[in-house]
Design a protein around this ligand. Sequence first.
Ligand SMILES: O=c1ccn([C@H]2C[C@H](O)[C@@H](CO)O2)c(=O)[nH]1
Ligand SMILES: [Zn+2]
Length: 145
Amino acid sequence: MSIDLVAERREALVAAARTAMGTAYAPYSGFHVGAALLFEDGAIVTGANVENASYGLSLCAETVACSIAAHAGRRGGLLAVAVSGGAGGRADAAISPCGRCRQVLNELAALGGTDPLVICTSAKETVEMRLSALLPNAFGPANLA
Ligand SMILES: O=c1ccn([C@H]2C[C@H](O)[C@@H](CO)O2)c(=O)[nH]1
Ligand SMILES: [Zn+2]
């Protein structure tokens, strides 16, 4: 059921990540990233990186998308994540989420007991893996219960 939804919405999810890349605010790195989250109800929530003049405060696209989803009331049900990005918004590198974003994604995943598929896409290639492979033995909400 869930796997079918990912297959069904896969193209839309990747397209949403690419579109979201267009709203990146990345004047310092020039590296534009878009992320799209697919939920069990079929909804797609997107985000793009938001940089800051104090460089270290910049937020990645995946973290922005997770924050928007949480703010909209989502507390789980994360089935898949698509990430697309590259210098100048050219999406020529299949980038995978940074360490901080893996942990942020894990919060939404763990709350709903899912292991989302992470789809890293570029114009040239697509690399896919489960979040549990990107963040094995994760620290999560259960550790605080
Ligand atoms: O998976 C990633 C990797 C990097 N970035 C952003 C952070 C920064 O704004 C820019 C360059 O690192 O790309 C993301 O949004 N997601
Ligand atoms: Zn990140």
